[in-house]
Design a protein around this ligand. Structure first.
Ligand SMILES: C[S@@+](CC[C@H](N)C(=O)[O-])C[C@H]1O[C@@H](n2cnc3c(N)ncnc32)[C@H](O)[C@@H]1O
Length: 233
């Protein structure tokens, strides 16, 4: 049975785990999420004067990579505690603080055709209305602009697939629950990952939402996927 996602509940859930979100991410992925983020930005060539929106930006982990590779980057999220944890993290590391903009992915506070790149890391599967979110991202992209998506998938293989299913169904909730005090969130998050369409299925969704040239790379045996697609000119 698929997971029903309600925006206000998602916002509340991320608000309750924001204080430990980064730590939990690093522990649960054993740090591999950093490699996945690097692969995501490498889907597009370097450019210095692009305008970028990192949507569902959370604590802003992707922002420095985007800034370095493409140019000015805004970090949009609708969960204030996630952005506020992000601000504190960057300040304590003496890095420049991302330009956080409180934004709902379903009603973006950006003008039509104003951005060169929109990126979303581990955010699209949490949208209450995926099609509407993809349409909004398309609206704010300039014609010829690109969408980058990093999202979980379902690993394949006789050995790896069941092993990962066990890890995500039992170990992730246990560790995530212990670290954040919110077992429910870390039962919900892996469950949505197990059910979210990946690879060709998500590329087809992108095409249906009006993007072209959708391509993807499978990462770490299909645990995650990096997608890239373009708003037609
Ligand atoms: C799993 S976190 C990912 C955070 C970050 N991108 C990362 O890679 O670590 C998902 C984020 O999406 C945000 N989010 C979910 N639905 C959203 C929406 N409709 N509009 C804006 N942000 C949303 C949540 O608040 C949360 O911060």
């Amino acid at each position: 049975m698929s997971v029903r996602v309600i925006g206000s509940e998602v916002r509340e859930m991320f608000g309750s785990i924001a204080h430990r979100y980064d730590l939990t991410n690093s522990v649960l992925s054993m740090g591999i999420h950093r490699f996945w983020r690097r692969v995501l930005v490498q889907q597009l060539p370097t450019s210095k004067d692009a305008l970028v929106l990192d949507l569902c930006s959370g604590t802003g982990d992707l922002v420095p990579l985007l800034e370095r590779r493409f140019g000015t980057t805004f970090a949009g999220d609708f969960c204030f505690p996630m952005m506020s944890s992000g601000r504190a993290k960057f300040r304590s590391q003496r890095f420049s603080i991302p330009r956080f903009v409180q934004s709902d992915a379903l009603r973006l506070p950006f003008a039509d055709a104003s951005l060169d790149i929109v990126s979303v890391a581990f955010g699209v599967r949490n949208l209450e209305n995926l099609d509407k979110g993809l349409q909004e991202m398309r609206r704010v992209l300039k014609p010829g602009g690109h969408l980058l998506v990093l999202e979980f998938g379902q690993p394949r293989g006789y050995f790896f697939a069941p092993l990962f299913r066990f890890y995500s169904a039992f170990i992730m909730p246990l560790i995530g629950g212990l670290l954040t005090g919110n077992l429910r969130a870390y039962t919900y998050l892996p469950k949505t990952s197990r059910e979210f369409p990946c690879a060709e299925a998500f590329s087809a969704i992108l095409q249906k939402a009006g993007y072209e040239d959708a391509r993807y790379r499978s990462l770490t045996g299909g645990i995650a996927y990096a997608y890239c697609a373009r708003r037609p000119k």
